[in-house]
Design a protein around this ligand. Structure first.
Ligand code: CA
Length: 651
């Protein structure tokens, strides 16, 4: 309160009642704006003064340094911050600080811990070493006030997982190859619109450590799973990483261009670990508070990246809630993909869910990369997804049943016609909810349903992790010819796009990308990671099929019922031999114009026959082709499904 008192108390002299009235009014406005709970608002700029705040609970002193540059040089001003309530330190610096940079330095245990831009910098200098004083309102592009999250229902989301550099770096006509701005370009927007996806999921696009932003002329590549500043866009994707406002503005331009095209924007967020522990902004402000320790008192490593954050700690929990909300509000994001979500606790994930607007989509990896220093039953693991309404988890059951296990790239599964994978694929078709015809004792990893609603399951066969689909097929089926590879690729994605879960695809699959067999391409050169845009001309049938499946899903609510009861009522599996999965979406499911839809996935190397009630059926997917108007109409009680392909018919 001290500060408001000073601001309001001078230069005009106010009596106590007026001051109290103004303070209460101000607080009411803060509450109305949803700002009351903010703990980590570290920098508030006005032309007259800038207010700095830092949570440093056990600090003996905190020094604020002001710099003219984002890197190098000496501090032009140093201020001793004042200790306030609840471990919060404050300083008000008079004058117009716009364009200046700052760091905090916490003294604890008798020593200075080292300079940090703070926990929650919203803008930084190059390489994220110093916070930047900018006027956030001035970063808004034209028309931003009218932009907002698209608010799609989860069953209407079709996710395209993309990396900012992969997507555009090899595109010859790109004006901004490898940058956020590439996604504002007509060719990019046209590609995504033509494919039909309704959401783009961007691999880490917050400020990460592993690409040197000062030397972008050097060949560098990283996925970005090494967080530095959680609340600032990454500098290497900006046209100028030295100017703090540029990346903020360009990220917003990207979001707006995508929103204008009807494409939601989902950010991959990585709160489960930091780049390193000793020099992280968490450790430089509140040593120990943000990380889990094991029974021996050592920092635990459930992330496989050297450390593991502690979402159950009040400081970390509050941090995550504020950070998610900051991105949703400031950047109008439509959703979040939570890296190693199984490291976070269920309660925190539910609090995050409740704090965000209803249709902001949240999904994550329901696993960790090592054993966590926290009880497994309290973690946001896949098996516990049903305890987190409105949060989805990736379905590795379906993924691995289709392509083969994550543990061995050389092993194949359903796509190779192998037996024993039907139940796992059926589980994936219903969204891993309880269903009378799915025997979970035969599902490969989960022995019971783990989702309460079908939209709590992400359906996919490939993502940035592990081999992409082409490489996986080549590795698990040695000697496979291109024709067969394409047939199986299309068959695999038919399972994904007809699932009652939320369909998800890796960018470039629609142009038959490969990564030259590289299993983990997190820092591989562009030659491995870039999209093969030339393939658009080489394999037009692949793009056309993906496009057709997506259009089919969008045109027919039967494929996206979005509700467990409806799925149990309308999705009926048909008895078939090994190497096949067949189901009916019956009785105008979800109000569909089509009475019954039959989907058959045939991975066998020979044509299969499936018995259906005798009627006149029109095929819309057959032999690697899609046509919503109908490919062929026949009256029959027996459907013939060509080898290694999907058939979809309706009556
Ligand atoms: Ca960076």
């Amino acid at each position: 309160m001290g500060e408001f008192g000073i601001m309001f108390g001078s230069p005009i002299l106010l009596n106590t009642n007026m001051r109290r009235y103004l303070i209460l009014t101000f607080m009411a406005v803060m509450v109305a704006l949803g700002m009351s709970a903010e703990k980590y608002n570290e920098m508030t700029y006005t032309k007259r003064s800038t207010t700095f705040t830092l949570v440093a609970e056990k600090a003996q002193a905190v020094q604020l340094n002001i710099y003219a540059e984002g890197t190098g040089g000496k501090a032009i001003k140093t201020v001793a911050m004042q200790k306030g309530a609840k471990g919060t330190w404050k300083a008000v610096v008079k004058g117009d600080l716009k364009g200046r940079f700052y760091t905090f330095n916490v003294k604890q245990g008798g020593k200075m811990l080292g300079e940090t831009p703070g926990l929650f910098a919203k803008a930084v200098g190059v390489n994220g070493k110093r916070g930047a004083v900018i006027d956030m309102a001035a970063t808004n592009p034209e028309g931003w006030d009218n932009d907002k999250a698209l608010g799609y229902a989860p069953q209407d989301i079709i996710v395209y997982e993309s990396h900012n550099r992969d997507f555009s770096v090899s595109r010859k006509d790109a004006r901004y190859p490898g940058k956020f701005m590439a996604l504002t370009e007509p060719w990019a927007i046209e590609h995504l619109k033509s494919l039909g996806v309704t959401a783009i999921h961007l691999l880490p696009s917050f400020d990460y450590a592993s690409v040197d932003e000062e030397h972008l002329e050097r060949a560098q590549f990283n996925w970005g799973y090494d967080p530095l500043n959680y609340n600032v866009p990454e500098g290497s994707y900006a046209t100028d990483p030295f100017k703090p406002e540029v990346r903020v503005n360009e990220f917003k331009q990207m979001v707006k261009a995508l929103h204008d095209a009807g494409i939601a924007v989902i950010l991959d967020v990585v709160y489960n670990h930091t780049m390193d522990i000793d020099h992280s902004n968490f450790q430089l402000t509140n040593p120990g508070a943000f990380y889990r320790k094991n029974a021996e008192g050592k920092y635990n490593d459930g992330s496989g990246c050297g450390n593991e954050t502690a979402s159950e700690h009040p400081l970390m929990r509050q941090y995550m809630i504020e950070s998610f909300n900051y991105w949703a509000k400031e950047y109008h994001l439509d959703g979040f993909r939570v890296d190693l979500m199984g490291i976070h606790d269920i309660e925190t994930m539910n609090l995050i869910r409740q704090s965000l607007p209803k249709n902001v989509i949240i999904y994550g990896e329901g696993w960790s990369a090592g054993t966590c220093a926290y009880p497994a039953e309290k973690l946001a693991m896949k098996a516990n997804t049903y305890q987190m309404p409105g949060i989805a988890a990736f379905c590795d059951d379906m993924r691995d049943a289709i392509r083969g296990p994550f543990s061995d790239d050389r092993e194949s599964a359903f796509l190779a016609g192998k037996a024993g994978h039907q139940e796992s694929i059926k589980a994936g078709i219903v969204g891993c909810i309880e269903h009378p015809q799915v025997d979970y004792s035969k599902v490969n990893y989960s022995k019971k349903p783990w989702a309460a609603e079908p939209t709590q399951m992400m359906a996919y066969v490939s993502c940035h992790d592990d081999m992409c689909l082409v490489d996986r097929l080549k590795t698990s089926m040695p000697g496979i010819k291109t024709d067969e590879l394409i047939r199986l690729d299309l068959l695999a994605q038919t399972a994904v796009f007809t699932s009652q879960g939320v369909p998800f695809m890796l960018s470039g699959e629609e142009m038959l990308r490969d990564k030259k067999g590289v299993h983990n391409s997190y820092n591989s050169p562009d030659s491995i990671n870039q999209l093969p845009w030339d393939n658009m001309k080489k394999y037009p049938q692949v793009f056309a099929y993906y496009q057709g499946l997506i259009a089919l899903r969008k045109a027919h609510p039967a494929f996206r019922l979005g509700n467990a009861e409806l799925v149990r009522k309308h999705v009926e599996f048909l008895p078939v031999e090994e190497g096949l999965v067949a189901f009916r979406l019956k009785d105008n499911a979800g109000g569909d114009a089509w009475k019954d839809i039959v989907v058959v996935l045939n991975a066998n190397k020979y044509a299969a026959f499936v018995d259906v009630p005798e009627d006149t059926y029109t095929s819309v997917v057959a032999g690697g082709k899609v046509n919503l108007e109908g490919l062929r109409t026949t009256t029959t009680s027996r459907l013939e499904v060509p080898a290694q392909s999907a058939l979809i018919v309706h009556n």
